[in-house]
Write a protein that binds this ligand. Structure first.
Ligand SMILES: O=C(O)C(=O)C[C@]1(C(=O)O)C=C[C@@H](O)C=C1
Length: 376
């Protein structure tokens, strides 16, 4: 006779093959060891925090965090992938940092923007989020002291520079202490799971431009409405079924929208680079980490050979230029500001000499910051 069905739920273990159970047992034991080790690490971070408080020095040390990650990647024996090291240790250091002091980070909000994702990617999740309504507000919130750091987009691999950020860099008292970049995957989001019936697509102008080809092909007669951020577009789409937004999948789940069409950006390798800014009166420039970048804005007077003269000191001292961007100076004279990234740190003698000579030939010379190159 068959057994009478029992109402009692079967224990998960009863169904699990013994081999799997044994492996999970080992994982559980290691997780407890890891937790113990992480707590010991957190205790040391707390002691570092006390020391820093006594000395009156700042908690966040981007160069130290970059060195910790670089060092671990170099000795990682696997099978954990090298690329997994940075995100794991960023979170560990974020949690340790939060024990020392809260880190308030301003970025272009609302919740669900790529800027928020960049902030979390750089600082880890243990931060106080300060979403702002515009790039201008991110700078303002950071310089007023309402946030310790600001995260602003500076360039996109499809669309080029983020002009507003570069223009503000010209006059802001803030400086750059870090950089991070993100793969930007745009998705069409909507309340209804269909393309039919969409009357307006709302997104940040950069996102509309990055999806121009897809929109022209699939929604040729639909209005494209620029809004302050992609997450704002998603928020609006959640309020009105005639609207669709273009934003991250995270923004879609944040606002309860269907992902009607995934990855609609024209360039599959679409990346955005962000700068991390802070107030130099409250935070010192990062020390040399061994893999650094120095960002400058310079201009030269409009005369034959001026640009060539600018490059000579870099060549003479063997300093690589990894970025060269021009923006009109708005003088009406066809004059330009050049946004230049140099490889290295001003504490390195060859970089210092090149910068001193460069300053001599420039009509305008501003150091935007020096910081560890993004470690992934
Ligand atoms: O080494 C320090 O200065 C610390 O405060 C510790 C620690 C870490 O967790 O490793 C935390 C925050 C800093 O940004 C750098 C590193």
């Amino acid at each position: 006779m068959a057994d009478a069905p029992s109402d009692a739920p079967k224990s998960a273990a009863a169904d699990t093959p013994p081999e799997l159970l044994a492996l999970r047992h080992q994982i559980d034991a290691l997780d407890r060891d890891l937790l113990e080790l992480l707590n010991r690490r957190a205790g040391l971070a707390l002691a570092v925090g006390e020391l820093k408080k006594k000395e009156g020095s700042v908690v966040f040390r981007p160069e130290r965090e970059a060195q910790v990650i670089d060092g671990l990647k170099a000795v990682n024996p696997g099978p954990l992938k090298k690329d997994s090291v940075a995100p794991i240790w960023r979170e560990i250091m974020s949690a340790c940092r939060a024990l020392e002091t809260p880190t308030r980070v301003a970025y272009l909000g609302p919740a669900g923007t790529f800027s928020e994702e960049a902030a979390l990617g750089f600082f880890g999740a243990s931060i106080v989020r300060v979403p702002c309504a515009s790039i201008d507000e991110v700078f303002h919130t950071t310089s007023s002291g309402a946030a310790d750091f600001g995260v602003v987009p500076v360039e996109n691999s499809t669309e080029g520079v983020v002009a507003r950020s570069l223009d503000i860099f010209l006059t802001t008292p803030l400086f750059i202490i870090g950089e991070t970049s993100l793969f930007v995957r745009h998705n069409l989001l909507r309340k209804e799971n269909a393309l039919e019936g969409i009357e307006v697509v709302c997104a940040h102008p950069q996102a509309l431009a990055q999806c121009h080809g897809w929109l022209s092909h699939h929604l040729p007669n639909v209005e494209r409405r620029p809004v302050s951020s992609n997450a704002e577009g998603a928020r609006l789409a959640a309020l009105d079924p005639r609207l669709a937004g273009i934003a991250s999948a995270r923004a879609g789940s944040e606002y309860g929208l269907h992902l009607v069409a995934p990855a609609i950006q024209d360039d599959t390798h679409n990346r955005t680079r962000f700068a991390i800014v802070t107030d130099p009166h409250r935070h010192p420039a990062p020390k040399a980490s061994g893999h650094d970048c120095t960002s400058l804005i310079v201009s030269v007077t409009n005369r034959p050979g001026a640009l060539h003269d600018m490059l000579v000191p870099l060549k003479r001292h063997g300093v690589s230029m990894t970025r060269f961007e021009s923006r009109p100076a708005r003088s009406g004279q066809w004059e330009y500001y050049f946004y230049v990234d140099l490889q290295g740190h001003p504490d390195e003698p060859h970089v210092q000499s090149a910068m001193m000579e460069l300053r001599e030939v420039c009509a305008f010379f501003k150091v935007l910051g020096t910081y560890p190159i993004d470690v992934k």
